[in-house]
Ligand binder design. Structure first.
Ligand code: HEM
Length: 205
């Protein structure tokens, strides 16, 4: 029996990395637009107008890929059961000094809430982005509200993504292998996602 089991298909991993690359391209090309303090970041793209063009293209790629990724695993991330409730009540055990174990399926509730937040942020950033893109088509007040929401959602997304990257790498060793190779160690699956492992991994050689 192999020590590894499949967690993500190649197509799922490619999609995740398209979302990630477009997200960080948006971050770098958008920083100079967010505040004058970050105007220096325009140089990465050869000037302000090229940065705006890159931002628009990356925005379309991010919107399409992020919505598709959410729809792909909508069922897994939008259903919460009793075991998830126990995880939420204990805050995932992150604030406890003792090691806690939960009967978690493919994703834990923290991951589910993150996926739902990213979807909501994608829709908000996309809709407000269109209004900022074509300011003369929409009423002035709507464009102003859009500018505010776009900035707020940008800051919120960065904060959640920093936590996501930490938990997927240093915080939970072995997790990154799922997105790099598609396979995870059985011992990792039994520890972090025992219910999912029972469903897909136990009899799978
Ligand atoms: C260098 C940056 C990133 C790394 C290292 C990373 C890593 C990972 C890993 C390892 C997983 C699988 C977790 C598991 O199997 O349990 C995952 C899932 C996921 N990632 Fe990322 N990711 C990154 C950036 C992003 C970005 C920028 C977004 C969205 C804006 C994102 C959205 C998601 C979502 C929605 C999932 C599925 C739900 C979840 O596990 O939270 N990731 N990521």
């Amino acid at each position: 029996m192999s020590n590894f089991i499949e967690r993500f298909k190649t197509s799922e991993r490619v999609l995740h990395w398209v979302v990630t690359c477009s997200f960080f391209t948006l971050l770098l090309s958008g920083l100079g637009l967010f505040s004058r303090l970050f105007n220096g970041y325009f140089n990465l793209f050869g000037g302000g107008s090229s940065a705006i063009l890159v931002h628009k293209i990356a925005g379309v790629v991010f919107f399409a890929s992020s919505v598709y990724m959410f729809l792909n695993h909508k069922k897994d991330v939008t259903t919460f059961d009793e075991d998830d409730k126990a995880w939420i009540d204990a805050r995932g055990g992150y604030l406890s000094r003792e090691e806690r174990h939960f009967n978690i399926g493919k994703y834990n509730p923290g991951q589910k809430l993150f996926a739902i937040f990213i979807y909501a942020a994608t829709i908000t950033l996309g809709v407000t982005g269109i209004m900022i893109w074509m300011p003369l088509t929409f009423p002035r007040w709507l464009v102003q509200i859009s500018l505010m929401l776009h900035g707020l959602m940008f800051v919120g997304s960065i904060m959640f993504v920093i936590v996501h990257v930490y938990l997927a790498t240093i915080g939970n060793p072995g997790t990154i292998e799922a997105m790099l190779y598609g396979d995870v160690r059985r011992i990792w699956a039994r520890k972090h996602h025992p219910k999912w492992y029972k469903e897909v991994g136990e009899d799978n050689p």
